[in-house]
Design a protein around this ligand. Structure first.
Ligand SMILES: *Cc1c(COP(=O)(O)O)cnc(C)c1O
Length: 357
């Protein structure tokens, strides 16, 4: 990293970025948080400016994917407060992943402190309210240190870096996307699909490319055992608003437990009075009953799915697959309103990062 932090600008002065034009890509910021685990304990942790990691050539993260990560956003409220959305759920999910991969858990206090420090130190990069952009936060836990054989690392790094981002799918706001059922499987029934670990994603790059060659934005994975039931998309969970008025999400244990999806289910039940269900969704049999479909996640927010490619043809949903339907629109507004501090946070989901210290 070449630029000196905050050179010539006050840390409280926003960078002059064209916030509205940002895509979902890496934009270097000034600081990142790092803590290391050696000899059974975590270091205190510190802010650094170096945006590379020097790893031993045998590091288990590089060979055996002994690593996990998280993704969340910080957004600016109308009154200037900086808000995280349910970060304790990300901390919990990272603890689960660490346990599954024999890595030391990052205590919730260290996780939240690392996220808060990285956000606060990069205050100038947090997109202002109303810009449509957000500060994406990427915590990661990786297995480092000298190694050759297949065993757990002897050293770990917990790092948190941030990047201002725009919408994940090209157009701003509620972009209608399309999915193509993948011939490739994402996760085995008792595998690691429910953890946010690097090992689940390299295999999906080809599936995404194949879906894009069919003209879709993303792959849609079915369950690996029977290839009948919806699992999820490459980086987003699926929710379906049925013609009978129920609001459904797959009950599969091979999907990532999305914080966004869990929040949407609560909003659908409590704010829209829909009857919610978490159960197996047989894609081919139930397609005709789908009224609106959406993909959801921190990056995708709620992206209405207009059409799905199944068995060599497109199946279209609300508005002939061209527009967002009323249920997903309403849920998007409710969710984003809370995340951006525009509406009453009646569920206590937002977490303010004090940026005045
Ligand atoms: C990160 C991710 C999601 C979304 O989870 P959120 O907690 O809502 O961001 C969904 N599916 C996969 C495979 C993911 O990696």
């Amino acid at each position: 990293m070449t630029q000196a932090p905050n050179q010539g600008t006050s840390p409280k002065e926003k960078k002059s970025l064209n916030w509205a034009e940002l895509g979902f890509s890496y934009h270097a910021t000034d600081y990142r948080f790092r803590a290391v685990h050696r000899n059974g304990q975590w270091s205190e942790g510190e802010l650094i400016t170096e945006n590379t990691i020097v790893a031993h050539e045998g590091a288990p993260a590089l060979h055996y994917a002994q690593q996990c990560f998280e993704g969340l956003k910080a957004q600016t409220a109308p009154d200037g407060r900086v808000l995280l959305f349910r970060p304790e759920l990300n901390a919990e999910r990272m603890r689960q992943a660490a346990g599954r991969l024999l890595m030391p858990e990052v205590p919730e206090s260290l996780f939240i402190r690392g996220v808060e420090e990285a956000v606060r130190a990069n205050y100038a990069w947090i997109p202002p309210h109303g810009s449509g952009a957000a500060l994406y936060i990427r915590p990661m836990l990786i297995g480092l240190g000298e190694n050759l054989g297949l065993k757990t690392a002897n050293e770990f790094e917990f790092r948190v870096f941030v990047s201002p981002v725009g919408p994940y799918y090209k157009s701003a706001g509620l972009a209608v996307i399309s999915l193509a059922v993948s011939e490739l499987d994402r996760a085995a029934p008792s595998g690691t699909g429910n953890y946010k670990i690097g090992a689940n994603y390299a295999g999906g790059l080809l599936a995404t490319r194949m879906a894009q060659q069919l003209g879709a934005n993303e792959a849609l994975y079915l369950d690996a055992r029977e290839r009948k039931y919806i699992d999820e998309a490459g980086s987003a969970n699926i929710v379906v608003s049925m013609k009978n008025g129920s609001f459904v999400t797959p009950g599969s244990n091979a999907v990532l437990p999305s914080v966004t999806r869990r929040s949407i289910m609560t909003l659908a039940e409590q704010e829209l009075d829909l009857s919610i269900e978490q159960r197996a969704i047989n894609l081919r049999e139930e397609l005709p009953d789908f009224e609106e479909v959406a993909a959801c996640g921190t990056a995708a927010v709620i992206s209405p799915v207009g059409k799905i490619w199944v068995d060599d043809q497109w199946h279209r949903f609300y508005g002939n697959g061209e527009e967002a339907g009323p249920v997903m629109k309403r849920l998007y507004e409710l969710l984003v309103g809370i995340q951006r501090g525009e509406t009453d946070d009646k569920f206590g989901w937002t977490h303010e990062v004090n940026c005045s210290v």
